[in-house]
Design a protein around this ligand. Structure first.
Ligand code: HEC
Length: 129
């Protein structure tokens, strides 16, 4: 029966360890809550994010209008690259309202908000013809 108190002490120590580490993690979390590491606002980052967003929207048009609006030669679907942004917006609006009859674009145009349509138009207008 002699080693029994030693075992008890060891048992207590092992049990206390996870409690101690949980406490450490908690206090670290609390510190983070009171002093969050917020990166400074960065204008270049905002522009990059907007560009990436426009690119991802434009990618949904690529299957039919070609990569970045460059239709393959002989394609029946017109290219969009280098066209005036105002004209592209006007066409999208005409599709959406049904003013311009279409086989498919009247449906696709309805899937984009006005600001997304504007972003798309500017994106394609900025591409080389
Ligand atoms: C499934 C194929 C398809 C997809 C995807 C597609 N289009 Fe079209 N697009 C067409 C076709 C076909 C036409 C010709 C009009 C019609 O019949 O719908 C057209 C015409 C247009 C026109 C008019 C061009 C002109 O010369 O008058 C614009 C602008 C346009 N699309 C923009 C877009 C944009 C922006 C996207 C992506 C958000 C897109 N399209 C996605 C097939 C597509």
């Amino acid at each position: 029966m002699r080693p029994y108190p030693i075992l008890l002490t060891l048992f207590a120590l092992v049990n206390a360890m996870p409690i101690a580490s949980t406490y450490a993690a908690d206090s670290a979390g609390a510190q983070q809550r009171t002093a969050p590491q917020v990166p400074p606002a960065h204008a270049a980052g905002d522009i990059e994010a907007k560009q990436l967003y426009a690119q991802s929207l434009a990618a949904t048009c690529a299957n039919c209008h070609g990569t970045e609006g460059h239709a393959l030669s002989g394609a029946t679907v017109p290219g969009l690259a280098g066209r005036s942004a105002d004209e592209l917006v006007a066409q999208m609006k005409a599709f959406r309202s049904g003013e311009r009859k279409a086989t498919i674009m009247h449906q696709i145009a309805k899937g984009f908000s006005e600001s997304q349509t504007q972003l798309l138009a500017e994106y394609f207008a900025a591409q080389k013809r």
